[in-house]
Design a protein around this ligand. Structure first.
Ligand code: AMP
Length: 282
C-alpha cells in the first residue's frame, strides 16, 4: 500500500491508472478504523481495479471544537488494518492540503430539503462541512466509485447531491451497516464507550427493530413514543426518532404498501452522540 500526504503524488499514480482504463474506488474515512470501514474497502476491491482510502478528520463537519479534539485517532493501527485488506493507496492529508486558503472553506452547497431535517436540523453546518471535504477529495481524486456506509444514511444522500451539483461522474455505492453481535452499529465513537455503555448502546438498534416488528399492529407514533420512553429510562437523551421514505427522505408517520422506509435515530448516551437506522419495506 502506497501512502500519500499530498494530492500531487497520488494524482500522478492515478493518472497512470486512468490512462490504462483501470477503475478506481474511493473510501473516505476519518480513521479509527473498524470492521464497518474495512467492509467498504473489501467491497471497493471486489468492484474496482484499484482502491484509495483517505483518512482525514474534517474539522469543518464538527459542531464543537471539543468533539473534534476528542475524535479518536489510531493511525498506526489503521495503516496495519488497511495493509491487511490489501488497500492500494492511503491518502492522509493535513488540513492545509484540504483547505489551502480561506476561500476553500467558504463555499456554500445548496443541499435543499436534505439540510433541513434530522442530522441537518440537529447539527447545523455539519453537511456543509461534509460537502466541502467531499467536493475537494472528489475533484482531485476523480474516482469512478465512492463507497459510503448506510450507517450515515442521510450523508449518502448529501454526497449524491454534491456529486450532482459539481457534475461529477463518480457513482455512489451505499454499503450495508456492519454491527457488533449485540446489534450495535460499529462506529469510531464507540471507542469512547465503556463495556457497560456498549451493551446499553445496542438498545438503539433494539428500539428500531421493535418498531419494525410491530409496524403492522400499532401506529408509528404510538411505537415511537414507547421506544423513546424505554430509551429515556435507560438513560438516553433522544434527539430524534423518525421514519422517512428511502427514496427522498420525506418524513412520514404512516406506512404504505410498495414503499420502502427508513427508521432513523440519534441519541446521546452520556456525552457520546450515536446514530443508527434500519430500512424496512411497508
Ligand atoms: P467515518 O470514518 O465515520 O467518517 O466513516 C467513513 C465511512 O464509513 C462512511 O461512509 C460511513 O458511513 C462508513 N461506516 C461507518 N460505520 C460503518 C458501519 N458500521 N458499517 C458500514 N459502514 C460504516
Amino acid at each position: 500500500m502506497k501512502i500519500f500526504r499530498y494530492f500531487n503524488g497520488l494524482k500522478k499514480e492515478l493518472l497512470i491508472h486512468h490512462a490504462k482504463g483501470d477503475s478506481i474506488g474511493f473510501v473516505p474515512t476519518m480513521g479509527a478504523l473498524h470492521e464497518g470501514h474495512l467492509s467498504l474497502i473489501h467491497q471497493s476491491k471486489a468492484l474496482t481495479d484499484f482502491t484509495v482510502c483517505s483518512i482525514f478528520v474534517n474539522p469543518e463537519q464538527f459542531n464543537s471544537r471539543e468533539d473534534f479534539l476528542k475524535y479518536p485517532s489510531t493511525i498506526e493501527r489503521d495503516i496495519e488494518l488497511l495493509r491487511g485488506q490489501e488497500c492500494d493507496y492511503l491518502f492522509i492529508p493535513d488540513e492545509d492540503e484540504i483547505y489551502p486558503d480561506k476561500k476553500s472553506k467558504s463555499k456554500h452547497f445548496d443541499l435543499g430539503y436534505l439540510e433541513t431535517i434530522l442530522e441537518g436540523a440537529f447539527r447545523p453546518g455539519h453537511f456543509q462541512g461534509v460537502s466541502l471535504v467531499i467536493e475537494r477529495l472528489l475533484s482531485q481524486i476523480d474516482p469512478d466509485y465512492i463507497l459510503m456506509g448506510q450507517k450515515d444514511f442521510q450523508q449518502c444522500m448529501v454526497v449524491k447531491k454534491v456529486i450532482e451539483l459539481i457534475h461529477s461522474k463518480t457513482k455512489v455505492i451505499s454499503c450495508p451497516i456492519i454491527r457488533e453481535s449485540s446489534g450495535l452499529a460499529m462506529s469510531s465513537r464507540n471507542m469512547r464507550l465503556s463495556d457497560e455503555e456498549k451493551i446499553k448502546a445496542s438498545k438503539l438498534f433494539s428500539s428500531l427493530e421493535f418498531i419494525k416488528n410491530n409496524r403492522n399492529l400499532r401506529s408509528f407514533s404510538d411505537l415511537k413514543d414507547e421506544a423513546i420512553n424505554t430509551l429515556q429510562k435507560e438513560g438516553f437523551n433522544v434527539e430524534y426518532l423518525a421514519m422517512a421514505k428511502t427514496k427522498n427522505l420525506e418524513l412520514t408517520d404512516t406506512f404504505q404498501q410498495n414503499e420502502t422506509y427508513v427508521l432513523l435515530i440519534a441519541a446521546f448516551l452520556n456525552k457520546i452522540r450515536l446514530i443508527d437506522n434500519l430500512v424496512i419495506a411497508g
